[in-house]
Design a protein around this ligand. Structure first.
Ligand code: TNX
Length: 508
């Protein structure tokens, strides 16, 4: 079937509004959805989840999503020849290795995939095919019917990410887990955790303990701050992994380092520790490029962080190093980039760092507001993959409009339609689709203090970015998207997500 085709078999037309129909409400929209008459499947008290060997983790996750509202036991069972029920079956996947098929019959709903990433995406589609109340945390009456369907689906880009800044305002483990639960629903598969900035250092480094005891002790506005112990960080990584999400930790270097400089006087060129900062200025701090202790510090941090990070990537920041001269910035990156490799990790950084290296394995994250950038274009020409986070489209901390009570506006106001109406594959001139790794939606937290604030800025824009990363460009259509997005509102209500009710969207 052609990418993006949506085939409606006889009997599926004219039943209710588009938004109310689960097969027409999936976000991100699948590559192909076929309605199959007389093949609806109803989950009952006796339904079991049969898993291929290796897919048990996804089966357990799916059972965990479905049990509270259905009240059903939904045992997860390994069985090579499952009779009926929910079946996760090994098979060659459509498109690429993150793809899956979902096929219903009156006795089963089968997800066919070749990786747990594929099974997880199929599970999220299944979740969206069930009534919105399946998201409720209390037992609620069914029926729990999946419409008759054959879905074939796979992502446009391998990387769909979200970033959370826990440095400007600290966000504890429970808030991070809640966010991971929300991200999984939209097939986000990378979680970038911004762990250090001028206002706070949020991860324990045993060899430099004052980074957290002092550097983690406050935040923007002067509150108590906080930090993750290594065990808490590992707990986040495991929770993400159970949702097939890879954590990419960021230590922002050599700028955005006031919290570190305040914790250790020796990291400053003048040997004097500055006070902690709780304002939202940027671009004033820099590690001391000429001191040997700087590289001992950076190596210790990278080593300890790499040890507790099973994923393949570390993000080294590199943005807004306005207090570091160009020559010093180059010197710093020449010394630091090899350290990441030494501890077995690949490098992500904010896009400007890529001017310092010809290494084509590093990933610059484009955060500019224009559609041409010489450094990024040159990197793409050399063969680097680019991660797209244009601030005027993908930044979740920008206001929706001038009356939005939270957020900043330096990159513009971003209504839902603005977040949706751009093409990652053509956005930056000279960066072809084949050079794009994917998309990421960053949430900086200068003004974001509580989970409700996260909800309000993330929803409904994150699903727009998720769809740009997943769905074929041939499906891109604002009117179709806004109808599907509107149908998600009921789901968010059951999830307790306090979203922004944009007037651009016909909410259910
Ligand atoms: C720019 S984008 C920053 C952050 C701020 C953000 C606020 C980037 C790489 N740096 O330090 O938090 O703007 O929107």
């Amino acid at each position: 079937m052609v990418a993006g085709t949506i085939v409606w078999n006889a009997g599926s037309e004219g039943v209710g509004s588009a938004a109310a129909e689960p097969l027409k409400s999936i976000v991100p929209v699948p590559v192909s959805v076929q309605a199959v008459p007389d093949a609806a499947y109803t989950i009952t008290m006796s339904t079991k989840i049969y898993v291929a060997p290796g897919a048990r983790a996804v089966g357990d996750y799916l059972a965990g999503v479905l049990r509270p509202s259905t009240g059903f036991p939904l045992d997860v069972v390994e069985n090579p020849t499952p009779p009926d029920g929910i079946i996760l079956q090994n098979a060659s996947a459509p498109g690429n290795d993150q793809g899956y098929e979902l096929i219903t019959s009156t006795t089963s709903v089968t997800i066919r995939a070749s990786t747990n990433a594929g099974f997880m995406s199929g599970a999220q589609t299944l979740r969206q095919l069930l009534p919105a109340k399946v998201e409720y945390r209390w037992q609620t009456p069914g029926p729990w019917t999946v419409p008759g369907a054959k879905i074939s689906d796979y992502p446009r880009f391998p990387y769909r990410g979200a970033m959370l800044d826990v440095a400007r305002h600290f966000h504890p483990v429970a808030t991070v887990k809640r966010y991971l639960d929300q991200l999984a629903l939209y097939k986000i598969n990378f979680f970038h955790l911004h762990l250090s900035d001028d206002q706070g250092w949020r991860i324990v480094v045993d060899s430099w303990p004052r980074l957290t005891t002092h550097g983690g002790s406050t935040q923007v506005g002067g509150g108590p701050g906080g930090f993750f112990t290594k065990d808490e960080y590992k707990d986040i990584v495991a929770y993400a992994a159970a949702r097939q999400i890879t954590v990419i930790p960021e230590i922002d270097l050599p700028g955005h380092t006031n919290a570190a400089l305040s914790s250790y006087a020796e990291l400053n060129c003048n040997g004097t520790a500055p006070p902690l900062r709780t304002d939202i200025e940027v671009g004033y701090s820099s590690l001391c490029i000429s001191k040997d202790v700087t590289y001992k510090f950076v190596e210790d941090v990278i080593r300890e962080l790499a040890e507790i990070t099973p994923g393949p990537y570390l993000h080294i920041g590199g943005d807004e190093a306005n207090a570091t001269s160009d020559r010093d910035y180059q010197t710093f990156m020449d010394k630091v980039l090899p350290l990441v490799g030494k501890y077995g990790k690949k490098i992500f950084g904010w896009h400007e760092f890529v001017k310092t290296t010809k290494d084509t394995t590093v990933v610059p994250q484009y955060w500019g507001t224009t559609t041409s950038n010489a450094v990024v274009q040159a990197a793409a020409a050399r063969g680097n993959k680019i991660l797209m986070s244009p601030a005027n489209k993908a930044y979740l901390d920008m206001k929706y409009n001038s009356s939005t009570p939270l957020g900043l506006s330096w990159a513009g106001m971003i209504e839902v339609q603005d977040a949706y109406n751009w093409n990652p594959g053509t956005h930056v001139s000279g960066v072809q689709e084949s050079s794009v790794l994917g998309v990421e939606a960053p949430l900086w937290t200068e003004t974001i203090v509580k989970p409700e604030h996260i909800d309000y800025m993330v929803f409904p824009r994150l699903p727009a970015i998720a769809e740009l990363g997943w769905s074929p460009w041939s499906t891109h259509d604002w009117n179709a998207f806004k109808a599907r997005l509107g149908a998600q509102g009921a789901r968010w209500n059951f999830m307790g997500i306090q979203f922004y009710r944009s007037t651009q969207v016909p909410w259910d």
